[in-house]
Design a protein around this ligand. Structure first.
Ligand code: 3HC
Length: 288
């Protein structure tokens, strides 16, 4: 199989990442079906696409023809069989819970044609954890986008010990087709490159706030002004979703049982209050 044999892409999950990955692929000319267990999420994703495309046209970033073509290429359905049945490439962007992902990969293995590549957009989980739920581990890898996926250029492609060279190469080539810059990691590691670095920054920022050295606002102010990051660590936590950070930290802590991996008290508190960041209009900051 070659990248040019990919016609249809299935995106699993219409959340923070999935809805934009699906639109990216439709804009690149692929037939895309985005699926989610929640009809509400699918409706939101479709509304986003229907608002975003005319905005891009109005801004002069897309032609009307490109926008019309993209919307025709994009379909949303709750039915996994319908979404993945004839997919050549699947990008799973479901919740960061390993058991849910393993079940999905087992289902995808049953549903998709044998040639299909199954990639996970997991933020931290290495693909060997899901490849073992399939009969086609050589066709499983990580393909990790960054939020907002329509804007951020980097995609990490992680080749696990089970991933064939062909699968990793096709996934890298697909990044190029999607107008992304792929970086190829030839070994698996929890969190890959960028999220390991980001986690180190968030860990320290949360520690400093937890022990009262400075407030989230002050820490963000310091980081943006001193390091030139577009967002400080707390604004970024709000942006990517405090629920995501909570689930990732908890999964990791349950695996390592290392006290240093225990979710930060601030994250636990925000999660319990339902203050998950931008998506709930309240996190470390309040959003209109
Ligand atoms: N969705 C789609 N496009 C968006 C967007 C969104 N949520 N927010 C902004 N944009 C687009 C705008 O349309 C604009 O596009 P244009 O220049 O082509 O017209 C461009 O981004 C710049 O937008 P703005 O001028 O409104 O705002 P900013 O200049 O402040 O940029 C930002 C917004 C791009 C989000 C910028 O603040 C940024 O880069 N922040 C850091 C993002 C980051 O670090 N991402 C990685 C997170 S970690 C991660 O994703 C890992 C994962 O595993 C969770």
């Amino acid at each position: 199989m070659k990248v040019d044999d990919i016609n249809k892409i299935c995106v699993i999950g219409a959340g923070n990442m999935g809805h934009q990955i699906a639109l990216c692929a439709a804009l690149a000319g692929y037939q895309v079906v985005c699926t989610d267990i929640s009809q509400e999420m699918l409706n939101k994703a479709e509304d986003f696409a229907r608002n975003y495309l005319p905005e891009r046209v109005a801004k002069g970033k897309l032609t009307q023809e490109q926008a019309d073509r993209a919307i025709l290429k994009l379909r949303f359905t709750q039915n996994l069989e319908d979404a993945a049945g004839d997919a050549d490439f699947v990008i799973e962007a479901a919740i960061e819970k390993i058991e849910i992902k393993r079940k999905l990969f087992a289902d995808l293995d049953r549903i998709t044609p044998p040639h299909a590549i199954l990639a996970t957009n997991s933020s931290f989980i290495v693909s060997s954890k899901v490849a073992s739920a399939t009969q086609r581990p050589a066709k499983v890898c990580n393909m990790h986008f960054f939020n907002p996926a329509l804007v951020m250029k980097l995609v990490e492609v992680v080749q696990g010990p089970h991933t064939s060279l062909e699968t990793a190469q096709i996934t890298m080539d697909l990044c190029t087709k999607l107008d992304k810059n792929g970086v190829w990691l030839k070994k698996e590691i929890y969190g890959f490159l960028v999220n390991r670095i980001l986690a180190a920054i968030s860990y320290e920022a949360l520690f400093l706030a937890d022990v009262g050295i400075a407030s989230p606002e002050e820490i963000d102010f310091a980081v943006t002004n001193a390091l030139g990051h577009p967002m400080g660590p707390f604004r970024l936590l709000d942006f990517t979703g405090i629920d995501l950070t909570y689930h990732i930290s908890l999964e990791h802590y349950q695996e390592t049982c290392d006290p240093k991996d225990k979710p930060s008290p601030l994250i636990v508190e925000k999660f319990a209050k339902g203050e998950w960041g931008r998506k709930t209009k309240q996190g470390f900051y309040t959003y209109e």
